[in-house]
Ligand binder design. Structure first.
Ligand code: GDP
Ligand code: MG
Length: 220
């Protein structure tokens, strides 16, 4: 459960030898953009899911190796709450990374990205890392949001950008791995420069500086 893990998240884990770090990642965006499909595509291939639905929010766990570190990802899904834009603020607490998703065949979901971005900025750490993902890029015939518009919005918001398809398994793994890499980069930056009293705090390292991101578009 979130409350049991928040306190150690983002910190070097000594009591559990199975991972070095744990990152909480949230997938956010309008209903039906494909968040749950995206999570299932990523997490279900080779790992046993830990699925919790009692509090109306679900997450899955996956441990990956990046930068010589075992990183346990706790990836949260919204269990339908996004339909009413009433996602509890507790959902945002302790998140180091966000996948902000829209559907390239749905203009409204793209128009809502700005609002979701504001929610992230309001309820999460100032320096939580965000990746903008235009999902369903397999549906080229029904596309209404061009790659260029997606990229421009990502630039404007200071996020990196991918187009992806949960259905055809395009850029799903890459999205998560890039997000983890950005979080790791920011973490090591702040560990290099920050006051240890700050980096050792309950909320984890204070991440600083937004960088201008490279772009990776859909391969389809
Ligand atoms: P959520 O409400 O954001 O969690 O969206 P879901 O994962 O429930 O997906 C909504 C609908 O979009 C479902 O019918 C999915 O099968 C479909 N869907 C999700 N991802 C993709 C995708 O990458 N391509 C296509 N063509 N359909 C998708
Ligand atoms: Mg869902």
């Amino acid at each position: 459960m979130a409350s049991a893990t928040d306190s150690r998240y983002g910190q070097k884990e000594s009591s559990d030898q199975n991972f070095d770090y744990m990152f909480k990642i949230l997938i956010i965006g309008n209903s039906s953009v494909g968040k749950t499909s995206f999570l299932f595509r990523y997490a279900d291939d080779s790992f046993t899911p830990a699925f919790v639905s009692t509090v109306g929010i679900d997450f899955k766990v996956k441990t990956i190796y990046r930068n010589d570190k075992r990183i346990k990802l706790q990836i949260w899904d919204t269990a339908g709450q996004e339909r009413y834009r009433t996602i509890t603020t507790a959902y945002y607490r302790g998140a180091m990374g966000f996948i902000l998703m829209y559907d390239i065949t749905n203009e409204e979901s793209f128009n809502a990205v700005q609002d979701w971005s504001t929610q992230i900025k309001t309820y999460s750490w100032d320096n939580a890392q965000v990746l903008l993902v235009g999902n369903k890029c397999d549906m080229e015939d029904e596309r209404v949001v061009s790659s260029e518009r997606g990229r421009q919005l990502a630039d404007h918001l200071g996020f990196e950008f991918f187009e992806a398809s949960a259905k055809d398994n395009i850029n799903v793994k890459q999205t998560f791995e890039r997000l983890v890499d950005i979080i790791c980069e920011k973490m090591s930056e702040s560990l290099d420069t920050a006051d240890p009293a700050v980096t050792g705090a309950k909320q984890g390292p204070q991440l600083t500086d937004q960088q201008a991101p490279p772009h990776q578009d859909c391969a389809c």
